[in-house]
Design a protein around this ligand. Structure first.
Ligand SMILES: CC(C)(COP(=O)(O)OP(=O)(O)OC[C@H]1O[C@@H](n2cnc3c(N)ncnc32)[C@H](O)[C@@H]1OP(=O)(O)O)[C@@H](O)C(=O)NCCC(=O)NCCS
Length: 173
């Protein structure tokens, strides 16, 4: 398994996996399959063109994209010391082989390269027990609940807020 940053040339396989993720469980990802499919490929390509504040990482089995995660730094001038992780997804046929953990570790490593990042946040739908267990094992702790954050098929889903402090040698905690 290889973990690397996604580039614009990965747009087609990224789009396929993203649509698959949305189709598997829409509330967890906050947008709809149809909307994703209708986006112009150029939009996806430019989304994958990393900026210093946003990077997407992919897990590959050979040349096949099997998992993704997005790492973003908050953009406000007074909140750039925080980053967040979103869109963690591994293709069902490739789960339980370490791809999810490796993607998250890559995102955490990215935060450590930047001395100003002190904290990584994420949100996870409360039903996603496998993801919650994975986040906890990498040091994320629950810090709040957004009740009824998503609705789908007449059901409402709570979202758990999680945070991980990135150890820094100076400053307050
Ligand atoms: C959550 C997800 C990304 C995990 O990916 P994965 O590649 O299977 O994860 P890994 O093989 O690296 O497993 C890492 C840890 O996750 C947890 N985990 C993953 N699958 C699990 C399962 N079926 N049962 C229990 N724990 C599980 C375990 O803690 C595991 O560590 P361990 O193998 O040391 O016990 C994957 O199940 C997925 O894509 N789920 C649907 C989308 C989703 O929930 N995304 C999170 C959005 S916030």
């Amino acid at each position: 398994m290889e973990i690397r940053e996604l580039k614009s040339f990965d747009a087609t396989s990224y789009r396929e996996l993203r649509v698959q993720a949305l189709a598997e469980w829409p509330p967890g990802f906050g947008s709809l399959v149809g909307e994703e499919k209708e986006k112009a490929m150029e939009e996806t390509e430019s989304f994958l063109t990393g900026t210093t504040d946003r990077k997407l990482f992919g897990a590959f089995a050979g040349s096949m994209l099997t998992g993704t995660v997005r790492y973003s730094r908050y953009s406000g001038s007074n909140e750039g010391h925080r980053a967040y992780i979103a869109g963690l997804y591994v293709d069902p046929g490739h789960r339980r082989k370490g791809a999810g953990r490796a993607l998250l570790e890559k995102a955490i490593d990215e935060s450590k390269k930047d001395q100003t990042i002190r904290r990584i946040n994420l949100t996870v739908v409360s039903d996603q027990s496998m993801a919650i267990r994975l986040y906890q094992s990498l040091g994320f702790v629950e810090c709040g609940i957004d009740y009824e954050a998503f609705s789908a098929r007449g059901l409402f889903f709570d979202e758990i807020l999680m945070t991980k402090q990135i150890e820094r040698s100076t400053g307050n905690s």
